[in-house]
Each structure stands twice: as structure tokens, then as C-alpha cells.
Ligand binder design. Structure first.
Ligand code: VAH
Length: 316
């Protein structure tokens, strides 16, 4: 029976690149992209696309039935900064969508699920250096609370109903294909756009704010790796720690200045500083390395080169 992959939230920061990667890997006909709004020209023109409100169970079930979906990547979520402004909406979106997919999997209408968690599940009481896989988790943001709760439900549905749901705690992600989407770590995307357009950047986080980050290509490869792994190798069914490179805004500025010497940064911390301060500085991802062969490839200077080279093309 022909089976397909459904990406929910395909127009988001991860979803956009995940859709392209999965179409390249499995063929465009095997992948159905969906979102509450239409995406960029490439996303819309090079494969199946469905406008879909992922909080509408009947609509989700209908797409899964019509396209014979057996694998779902549930990427729709409201990120940390926006979620603090709309807590009830964020909880509704982040949790309702997860329950819809877990219940469809429990009823055997979906075989395999990927659901993204985040280092936002950690809080101020979590050890902040080389944060372990198993540790104190007292998130203080709406987004972090929804991701921690979601991890608990993923593990529950796996243990109680045998649902094959897999998850990764993404660090801050950097890419050039989509505009920043309301995350606290999105300063590390904004800064490259502003460096090229204005030669300067006013950072909403203060100097010295070290956060775990990752280039999108690393994150996409990790996502495909965990979904490719044999069931028996995916031993953690809450969510895997994933680390890449840890840096502060001044590190990005110095990396940019190697290419654009005149680039200047200034600091004007806002409400997002408190969010960032509650998150760890670096992550121990040895479980992911051990269980399904994870390793990151891109360091900060490599990220800077890719971001500036590709954004120059977009702005030229
Ligand atoms: C955010 N980019 O800033 C997301 C991410 C670790 C942070 O989950 O909300």
C-alpha cells in the first residue's frame, strides 16, 4: 500500500527545510506539506500541499486518510517569545495538535510520529553547563511548559499504547530560508539579515548570554537520523537532548566581523532576556550520539559563512 509522510507546520522555520529534505530523500509524491497558511513558492510548487488547521481533528484525520499517511512530523507550535504574549493560544496550539496525532497513532491510523521538543524544557534550577539528559526540569515559560508536558505525553503513549513517537530537544536553530518566527534564539538569525542590510544590529539579548545553537542542516539530519533508527535503538521516548555549538551574541558579532569588519552590535535587552536566562548554556547530547549515531557538523564560523553567502544572494 502506498504510504506517505505528512508534515504539519511545513511553512515554519524547521518545517520548510524538513519538507525539502524529505522530498529530496523520498520523492515529492511521498511527502505532503501542510500548514495553516501557504508557504514559499518552492514549497507550494514542488509537491503536495494542504491548507490545514492542525487543531481541527476531523481535518487532520481527513488529510491522513486521503493521502494514506503513515508518518507524521508535527512541527506546528507557537515559540517562546510569542507564547508569553498569548499563553492560552500557545497551550491550545502546542497541546491540542499533539493529542490529535498521538490519538490517531494510538488508533493505528498513523504508524510513526516525530514531535519536536526544545531545550526550553529546562529552567533556572537546571544545571546550565553540559545539561544532562535526565535532570531537574522546571521550565518557566509557556512554551517550555508545553514542551515538557508534551514529552511526558509522548512517553506515556509509547509505554501505554505502543505509539512509535520520537522526539528531539532542539537548541536554537539558525537558517536563511525563513524569516525568524518569534523565538528567543532568533536573534541569531536576525543578526545576519541586519548585518547585510544595515551593517549593525541592536540585540534584544545582553552580551554574555550563552545559548545552545545549531545550524538547520544539522537539525534536519538529526531529525531524519532518529526517524530512520530501528525502534529498539530509540531508547528515550520523552525527548533526546541535542547540542550543537554554544555561543553568545558577541561571538556571532566577532564571527561576522571577520567577513564584514565594519559590522557593529549594540545591546538592548528586552523581555526575552529573562527567557534566555532560564535556559542552559550547553547541552550533553551523549545519549543521542550513543543511541542513533548523532554528531553535529557546523561550527559558528561555518554558520556565518553559509548565512552571509546565501542571504547576500537573497538581497542581491
Ligand atoms: C525559541 N527557537 O526560541 C525556539 C527554541 C530553544 C529555543 O525552542 O523559542
Amino acid at each position: 500500500m502506498k504510504s506517505r509522510i505528512l508534515i504539519i507546520g511545513a511553512c515554519g522555520q524547521i518545517g520548510t527545510e524538513l519538507t525539502i529534505a524529505l522530498r529530496n530523500r523520498f520523492g515529492a509524491d511521498k511527502v505532503v506539506a501542510s500548514d495553516i497558511r501557504e508557504g514559499n513558492e518552492e514549497l507550494m510548487s514542488e509537491g503536495h500541499f494542504e491548507l490545514l488547521d492542525a487543531t481541527d481533528f476531523a481535518a487532520v484525520e481527513d488529510v491522513i486518510f486521503r493521502y494514506k499517511i503513515d508518518t507524521v512530523y508535527l512541527m506546528a507550535a507557537m515559540l517562546s517569545a510569542i507564547a508569553e504574549r498569548f499563553p492560552a493560544k500557545a497551550w491550545h496550539l502546542n497541546m491540542t495538535t499533539l493529542f490529535h496525532i498521538l490519538n490517531l497513532a494510538k488508533d493505528k491510523k498513523v504508524k510513526k510520529v516525530f514531535w519536536p521538543s526544545s531545550i526550553a524544557v529546562f529552567g533556572e534550577t537546571t544545571p546550565s553547563e553540559n545539561t544532562p539528559q535526565l535532570t531537574v526540569m522546571e521550565p518557566s515559560t509557556v512554551y517550555g511548559i508545553s514542551k515538557q508536558t508534551g514529552e511526558r505525553w509522548c512517553e506515556y503513549y509509547h509505554k501505554k499504547y505502543g505509539v512509535d513517537v520520537r522526539s528531539i530537544r532542539y537548541p536554537g536553530l539558525i537558517s536563511y530560508t525563513t524569516e525568524p518566527g518569534g523565538g528567543t534564539t532568533d536573534y541569531a538569525v536576525d543578526i545576519y539579515h541586519r548585518a547585510l542590510k544595515h551593517g549593525n544590529y541592536r540585540c534584544f539579548l545582553q552580551e554574555g548570554t550563552v545559548l545552545p545553537m545549531m545550524y538547520m542542516e544539522d537539525a534536519i539530519r538529526a531529525t531524519i537520523n532518529i526517524m530512520d533508527a530501528p525502534k529498539k535503538d530509540v531508547k528515550i521516548r520523552s525527548s533526546y537532548n541535542l547540542g550543537g555549538v554554544s555561543f553568545a551574541p558577541e561571538d556571532v558579532a566577532q564571527s561576522i566581523q571577520k567577513v564584514i569588519p565594519a559590522f557593529e552590535i549594540e545591546y538592548e535587552p528586552d523581555f526575552r532576556q529573562a527567557i534566555a536566562d532560564s535556559w542552559p548554556g550547553s547541552i550533553d547530547d551523549s545519549e543521542a550520539r550513543k543511541d542513533w549515531g548523532w554528531e553535529h557538523k557546523f561550527d559558528l564560523d561555518a554558520i556565518t559563512k553559509i548565512m552571509l553567502d546565501n542571504l547576500k544572494l537573497q538581497y542581491s
